[in-house]
Design a protein around this ligand. Sequence first.
Ligand code: FAD
Ligand code: EPU
Length: 296
Amino acid sequence: MISRAGCGPSTLKSSRLSGLTTLGVGGPPDLLVRPETVEDAQAAVLRALADDVPWRVLGRGSNLVVDDDGVDGVVLQLGRLRHLRIDRGGRVAAGAGLPTSALLAGTRSAGLGGLECLVGYPATVGGVARMNAGGAWGFVAERIVGVTLIDERGELRDISSAECGFGYRTSGLDRCVVVEVRFELPAVDAAAYRADVERIHDRKSATQPLDRPSAGCVFKNPTGDSAGRLVDLCGLKGSARGAAAVSEVHGNFVVNRGGARAADVLSLIDDVREAVVQRTGVVLDLEVEVWRRRTR
Ligand code: FAD
Ligand code: EPU
């Protein structure tokens, strides 16, 4: 039984997660909570723990495939926790719900750089910390010095970067709510940094389907190779299920051509994984996270 009582003065409403994710598929959660403050977020976690219902955290939804039936339990969306404090010496504290575009813009205006790894995709500060997002231009963990989080028992704690358990597309932040991330960023030459950011953006626009709804790369890269290269090698670009298709631009992206269902996306992902293992022997692991009901 899910109770709204005790979640704090948050706005509570249920809506389809298709509108809150970049791929654009997925039904509603049982309860969507949008905390105004860290205390509200903590109250919601404690309420869910007391009611024994599952809870999850939604960032920008750019690494998620949400099932058509939606998800059980509580989804916390931290879009209102979006402060940005920049101190002398390059120390930065950002609310977990702050869009990374705003983090990039705010730090750049203060003459700080070092976040090239976040250029070219929509996300939140909490989501990139959880995923240790990045790629050819580095990983965000290299710039993080500490995190404030609500742990799985509902306690508010500060931890150092070393305690975050960062790895390739992973971290130890998976059973908690990150509420603030602290960075240390280098001072940079504004013109040179701007040129670097534009170059990275152009490179990504040329090699990734940034103009189509997607959840970014579907699979993690196997050691020493690129999942996109393998999908391409197998001739799978353009293959489709319903309105979900493997991008013609990059083999590791599934795009929504308009009106795709999660069922289409998930069947297509299964098809691709099966074809790649048959033809190359490589088993691809998912990078995207699939959210589905545990009870039907
Ligand atoms: P979500 O997708 O909402 O959530 C992802 C995971 O993080 C979930 O487990 C969620 O529960 C958890 N989470 C979110 N917020 C919090 C929080 N505050 N506390 C605890 N857990 C939280 N990724 C890369 O690494 N490199 C790329 O180059 C890249 N390119 C992309 C390009 C495109 C076009 C798209 C659509 C995606 C791309 N991605 C890339 C994937 C995605 O943007 C990243 O994984 C990003 O980190 C997800 O952030 P988010 O805020 O959208 O998190
Ligand atoms: N390639 C192909 N065909 C394709 C796609 C790629 O042959 O369809 C080849 C490219 O030509 C290149 C190699 O594969 O030689 C690597 O491709 P790319 O530079 O596009 O990088 P990637 O390994 O496919 C990774 C990340 C991306 C990130 C880029 C750039 C993963 C799973 N993917 O892609 O992250 O943007 O590097 O830094 O680690 C994401 O995680 O969602 C994501 C998009």
